[in-house]
Design a protein around this ligand. Structure first.
Ligand code: ZN
Length: 185
């Protein structure tokens, strides 16, 4: 009787710890995951030669801060803040694959500020989404990667297709080169 009870408690504790392990909730987890993302992107030449922190904060804080820094009034999982304390801000509680997606996307925006001319939203969001796609694929999250093509915001999903098609025809480097040189239409 007691044995079964103790076993049940152990199982509950185990499952609870498992579910916490699968979501990203602290700055430290965010920093560690960004380090992983940086490692995956470095061989592609997508490198930002400085460190900045990841702030993992509640959903409401992220929306408020995003609007305050001049972002569009759309719901975001995270954003990159280039000045006044360079950082990536990301909402707490994301499953690991969504946190990876968000960090890859926002880190790419940091890279774009150093390497790309002024571009329209479809080019800048499209490239950041393509990088998300690359990182998710490399880490084995294929389903999540493919879902990026059917996102409701065309700047992201159609923009992704621009870079995906270039890569299919001319290779990965050509897609990156296009991001570096394409001017705002
Ligand atoms: Zn973006």
């Amino acid at each position: 009787m007691y044995r079964k009870f103790i076993l049940l408690i152990i199982i509950v504790i185990f499952l609870t710890s498992l579910s916490f392990a699968q979501t990203i909730n602290t700055d430290q987890q965010g920093d560690q995951l960004l380090a992983e993302v940086r490692t995956i992107l470095a061989p592609m030449g997508i490198i930002v030669n400085r460190n900045f922190p990841v702030f993992v904060r509640p959903y409401d804080d992220i929306q408020r801060q995003n609007i305050a820094k001049g972002g569009l009034s759309m719901e975001v999982a995270g954003f990159y803040k280039p000045y006044g304390g360079e950082a990536i801000w990301m909402m707490a509680g994301l499953p690991k694959y969504r946190a990876i997606s968000t960090l890859a996307h926002e880190y790419t925006h940091a890279w774009q500020t150093d390497n790309c001319p002024l571009q329209d939203r479809m080019l800048s969001e499209g490239f950041a989404t393509w990088v998300e796609y690359k990182v998710l694929t490399k880490m084995g999250y294929t389903t999540a990667a493919n879902q990026l093509f059917s996102g409701s915001n065309a700047d992201y999903s159609q923009g992704l297709k621009i870079f995906y098609n270039i890569e299919q025809k001319q290779g990965t480097q050509a897609a990156i080169d296009y991001a570096k040189t394409a001017k705002k239409p």
